[in-house]
Design a protein around this ligand. Structure first.
Ligand SMILES: Cc1cc2nc3c(=O)[nH]c(=O)nc-3n(C[C@H](O)[C@H](O)[C@H](O)COP(=O)(O)OP(=O)(O)OC[C@H]3O[C@@H](n4cnc5c(N)ncnc54)[C@H](O)[C@@H]3O)c2cc1C
Length: 210
């Protein structure tokens, strides 16, 4: 198996462009589970963990650009929790501390599972998702990126760069129902965002087969 450990976003984009069939690895918390269960057999991997450009966030006027490499642990920190409280609440419910230290926003989007805990938050906030390839960049709505359970519209040479959401201008809440209280996949989750300057917007996200 060939592994390219990208140091910059350009390195990563070049690697996926040059190596058709290469699979993208971020925190590995979904990827490696699929490898262990024999559902994924990568021969070529591009690892994003060291790409600093993906791991940060930037506040620009009334919005926040969240990098695809942001971990759940980082999303829980006050610097992000103060700007997007529902995202921090969702991050707090994900897995164990080890999973929260490794798992990323981009990986949650890349897996495109109906049970992904960041997804109702991004839906309620009407997030713009930025994707890039060596050919250029495009911006998608969540419903344009995720087109079915565990299906997305990414081209093989495209990476998720991040998501842009508005800074909270009113209360936000995230709630998740599972089969037990902790370390559980969502049966149903809900995010509620009150837009202090507009109308309330709520999004429900749940596995369709339950
Ligand atoms: C024990 C356990 C508990 C879990 N609990 C939860 C939970 O409570 N809630 C929840 O939502 N999830 C949970 N998960 C799933 C997982 O942790 C999340 O989906 C996490 O966000 C995946 O991120 P990652 O960085 O590990 O992605 P990876 O496993 O590295 O990648 C996941 C997928 O996304 C693709 N990908 C990753 N980054 C990018 C990118 N930048 N551009 C394009 N494609 C990309 C990969 O190719 C792969 O297909 C759990 C997993 C485990 C093992």
């Amino acid at each position: 198996m060939g592994i390219t450990v990208a140091e910059t976003l350009d390195d990563a984009l070049g690697a996926v462009a040059d190596r058709p069939g290469a699979q993208v690895l971020s925190g590995g918390t979904d990827f490696m589970v699929e490898v262990n269960f024999g559902q994924r057999r990568p021969t070529d991997v591009v690892a994003l963990r060291r790409v600093a450009e993906l791991r940060g966030f930037h506040r620009r006027n009334g919005s926040v650009e969240l990098g695809a490499g942001l971990t759940y642990s980082r999303m829980q920190q006050p610097e992000i929790a103060d700007l997007v409280p529902a995202l921090a609440q969702a991050a707090r419910t994900v897995g164990s501390p080890q999973i929260r230290n490794a798992g990323t926003l981009g990986g949650n989007l890349g897996t495109s599972s109906p049970a992904g805990d960041t997804l109702p938050v991004l839906a309620a906030l009407d997030a713009s998702i930025e994707v890039a390839s060596a050919r250029g960049r495009r911006t998608l709505g969540l419903d344009e990126l995720i087109v079915g359970p565990k299906q997305n519209s990414l081209e093989p040479d495209e990476l998720i760069v991040g998501a842009t959401v508005p800074v909270a201008s009113g209360p936000q809440e995230f709630l998740k129902i599972g089969t037990r209280n902790a370390m559980v996949i969502a049966v149903c989750s809900v995010a509620l965002v009150v837009d202090g300057e507009g109308a309330p917007c709520a999004a429900r996200w749940g596995p369709p087969d339950r």
